[in-house]
Design a protein around this ligand. Structure first.
Ligand code: SF4
Ligand code: SF4
Length: 347
């Protein structure tokens, strides 16, 4: 729609969308910028037919009661009594993208899975057809770019192995490096703690050309950050590959880390409240009292568990400020910088 509104001679552009404002799959910023440029949205409307005798005169649209079912699957329900004709003289179909697997012949169509994706073994991206590998959105459906790159790399290694008939041993391992604390630059962590920046520097978007100007041309609408703005925004980075690591044996249960955490990411709870159905929680208990014993729920066992404490860290809330590590009087918490490394041995 933002291309259509820029074309010479176009007076107005309307978007007929099945979804309501909150459900539309476009980014909020794209929708806001389109509205600013004069695009008119008709949310919760479905198209029925194009109206006109010798040329397009309008499009009949029907109201939409809901777009997704209770399980979140695409299943639009229409209100057939809510029919209107929107006068238009051109219709542009915008129906999204889908996977085109037409090149896969009938004898191999068993590799096509649900929703038209190609089935592939995610460990080596092989498809079951000798010498054919697949990677990316065509296998997983829409995912982030970096996942497609990783899958492409895995597929490339498999192709090499297939063609050369040689193994390419690969080892993936994590290296965790303790940082003295986030406030003290060290040789492995040369950036000072930026939690203040995260709180004090507001998030900004790049400047946009004014709508009345940008809708007249195809110039880049979004201007870049200035160097100063870019540096300021980059300094909000919380470097979340740095994590607080807890050493239970050193902890004296003083609760200082819980008190100081600005995001309430830490909690100390009696072991008896640990949810045994969460696999990692069960791991903790298996080294302590045994999951099976804990599951029995006997009074004695619960009392024993109730006297011991588990530290719960919520990685999604944690902003990696390092305040817990600074507060800990026994050094039971270190902030550690995690790198994932991969070594490939070419033979
Ligand atoms: S690093 Fe900061 S946010 Fe994360 S648990 Fe420690 S005090 Fe809380
Ligand atoms: S501050 Fe250190 S010793 Fe105190 S509860 Fe937290 S981890 Fe344990």
């Amino acid at each position: 729609c933002r291309t259509a509104v820029r074309l010479p001679g176009v007076e107005s552009v309307s978007v007929i969308a099945l979804e309501d404002w909150a459900e539309m799959p476009a980014d909020d910023a794209e929708i806001e910028d389109a509205v600013d440029e004069g695009v008119h949205f008709l949310p919760r409307k479905g198209t029925r037919r194009i109206v006109g005798s010798s040329s397009v005169e309008g499009i009949e649209v029907v109201g939409v009661k809901s777009v997704f079912d209770d399980q979140g699957r695409f299943s639009p329900v229409y209100n057939e009594e809510d029919l209107i004709v929107v006068p238009v003289d051109s219709v542009v179909l915008a129906i999204g993208q889908s996977i085109d697997t037409a090149f896969i012949s009938g004898e191999h169509d068993s590799i096509i899975g649900r929703n038209g994706v190609i089935r592939a073994n995610m460990s080596d991206m092989s498809t079951g057809i000798p010498g054919v590998f697949a990677a990316g959105d065509v296998v997983t459906g829409p995912r982030i770019f970096i996942e497609a790159i990783a899958a492409g790399q895995s597929a490339a290694a498999s192709v090499h192995r297939y063609l050369s008939q040689k193994e390419t041993p690969k080892t993936i391992f994590g290296v965790s490096t303790a940082i003295e604390h986030r406030g003290a630059p060290t040789p492995v962590w040369p950036v000072d703690c930026n939690v203040d920046g995260y709180y004090t520097i507001p998030r900004q978007n790049p400047q946009l050309l004014k709508p009345e100007f940008r809708r007249t041309n195809f110039e880049l609408a979004e201007l870049s950050f200035t160097e100063e703005e870019a540096r300021s925004q980059a300094s909000r980075c919380l470097t979340c590959h740095v994590n607080p690591i807890f050493v239970g044996d050193k902890c004296i249960m003083c609760g200082g880390c819980v008190d100081v955490c600005p995001e309430f990411a830490l909690k100390m709870i009696p072991l008896s409240e640990v949810d045994l159905d969460i696999p990692k929680s069960a791991d903790v208990l298996s080294g302590f009292i045994g999951v099976e014993k804990a599951r029995l729920g006997e009074t004695e066992v619960l009392q024993e568990l109730g006297r011991s404490t588990a530290m719960i860290w919520d990685g999604a809330r944690c902003i990696r400020c390092g305040l817990c590590a600074k507060r800990c009087p026994t050094g039971a918490i270190t902030m550690e910088y995690l790198e994932i490394k991969q070594e490939v041995t070419h033979t």
